[in-house]
Design a binder for this molecule. Structure first.
Ligand SMILES: Cc1cc2nc3c(=O)[nH]c(=O)nc-3n(C[C@H](O)[C@H](O)[C@H](O)COP(=O)(O)OP(=O)(O)OC[C@H]3O[C@@H](n4cnc5c(N)ncnc54)[C@H](O)[C@@H]3O)c2cc1C
Length: 407
């Protein structure tokens, strides 16, 4: 095999490129990315990176690519794939032949229906988006956040830290409705209120427009909210257009098997753009939007492109930073029938989520700094081991989770 081509120079594609070399692949590696920058980390865009400065946090230093003999093409989009001829066509008119192709095209921010093109109405996915957003995050300016998901809440926290006024509108009755238990979402919401965020839940938005240099958010209550910028944070959609045009099966993302193989031989997909079966949860097909998943799948895809034939086995894991709090979730909590709480000292706790048979299927925790990190890591190991821990031991803070793992 002579040439591995990776489309999408985000977290996943970049990790895959380096992993090919780490696994000893001696042929050509080409990494093609639409964005003008070398690959950078997205999580800081809503957190410290947004507050801090304008430079992206690069995944690897610029010289690492030539040093690893990785051909990095930036500012170039792959516009078509010919799966029979095994070639791709790039937006600069050039063509590349591949032996193995990895699609790591990621996701894009969802648009608000009928929102006009406006510099006052934005979403946050790229470094460019973050730079635009950063400009209005200052005292005396007002940010309207649409959606109480992770990105909206993280930006709200950063905006408050920078002194901007924030109003956050969530259509459902609480924030973080998708995948986060109510008890944790409550802590998050209360903290935002205490920090001065005007947080409104259960309010729907009639329209989002621009007037006189402001974004105008019309609520179903009749109220009009004016903001210097409205940030749309209503989730992401997988970038599947290229895969669809190639004839790949799409099912909430590019459908892959547990080896990250698509429906066409020698084309793999990984990261935010793909859905895959998770054996740990009965083979249920999921699509994750998480940094660690993008990394792990990039590395796994690289191994399987080289013939390793290894299945996806990692436990889903996600974190979010807001103010001095970190929230972490391991596993998938839906399907849980029992939620047990373990207190970990001041302002920190973990919820263990058990299914009907008493198997630990997820753990979610919140606390200052790293307070929940160690126990979430141990819970992750228990989840991977399909453990049925004693519920009394889970809630007793004096029983070390490590002992349950040994059991
Ligand atoms: C603001 C923000 C904060 C986040 N915070 C967290 C967090 O705290 N914790 C967490 O776990 N996760 C977080 N995430 C999610 C995490 O960053 C993503 O899961 C991860 O970046 C996914 O990596 P990826 O490589 O699959 O996709 P992406 O990062 O989306 O990268 C895909 C790349 O492919 C490029 N591309 C697409 N199509 C083509 C094409 N046809 N040709 C060439 N290039 C193409 C895109 O331009 C993009 O650069 C955050 C995401 C954002 C946006």
């Amino acid at each position: 095999m002579a040439h591995c081509v990776i489309v999408g120079a985000g977290e996943c594609g970049t990790r895959a490129a380096f992993a090919l070399r780490e696994k000893g692949f001696g042929g050509e590696v080409t990494l093609v990315g639409s964005e003008p920058h070398a690959p950078y980390e997205r999580p800081p865009l809503s957190k410290a990176g947004l507050a801090g400065g304008v430079d992206p946090k690069f995944i690897a230093s610029h010289e690492t690519y030539p040093a690893g003999n990785i051909r990095l093409l930036t500012g170039v989009t792959t516009i078509s794939v010919d799966a029979v001829a095994r070639t791709i066509v790039l937006s600069d008119g050039s063509q590349l032949a591949y032996d193995r192709l990895l699609l790591a095209t990621g996701a894009s921010a969802r648009n608000f229906p009928n929102a006009p093109e406006s510099s006052h109405i934005r979403s946050l996915r790229t470094h460019y988006d973050a730079v635009t957003l950063r400009a209005i995050l200052q005292p005396g300016r007002r940010l309207g956040v649409i959606g109480g998901g992770f990105i909206g809440l993280e930006v709200a926290a950063t905006a408050r830290q920078l002194g901007a006024d924030v109003v956050l509108i969530e259509g459902l009755e609480r924030v973080l409705k998708r995948g986060v238990p109510a008890e944790i979402a409550h802590v998050v919401a209360e903290r935002h209120r205490a920090e001065g965020v005007d947080l409104r839940c259960g309010v729907s938005i009639e329209s989002l427009t621009e007037r006189n240099g402001k974004a105008v958010i019309a609520l179903s209550t009749g109220e009009m909210i004016e903001a210097d910028l409205a940030l749309i944070g209503i989730g992401a959609r997988p970038n599947v257009e290229l895969a669809e045009a190639t004839g790949l099966v799409i099912d909430n993302g590019i459908a892959v098997d547990d080896r990250l193989r698509t429906s066409i031989p020698d084309i793999f997909a990984a990261g935010d753009c793909c859905s895959f079966p998770l054996a740990l949860y009965g083979g249920r097909r999921v699509r994750l939007e998480s940094w660690r998943n993008a990394q792990q799948q990039g590395m796994l895809a690289a191994a399987n492109m080289l013939g390793a034939d290894e299945p996806v086995s990692a436990v889903p894991w996600f974190w979010s930073d807001q103010y001095d709090m970190t929230l972490q979730i391991a596993g998938l909590a839906d399907g849980a029938v029992m939620h047990l709480r373990r207190d970990l000292g001041e302002r920190a706790f973990i919820l263990f989520h058990l299914d009907g048979e008493g198997r630990l299927i997820a753990a979610s925790g919140i606390g200052p700094g790293n307070a929940v990190a160690r126990d979430i890591r141990l819970a992750e190991m228990l989840i991977a081991a399909r453990a049925h821990p004693d519920p009394a031991a889970l809630t007793a803070s004096n029983v070390k989770l490590k002992t349950l793992l040994a059991a």
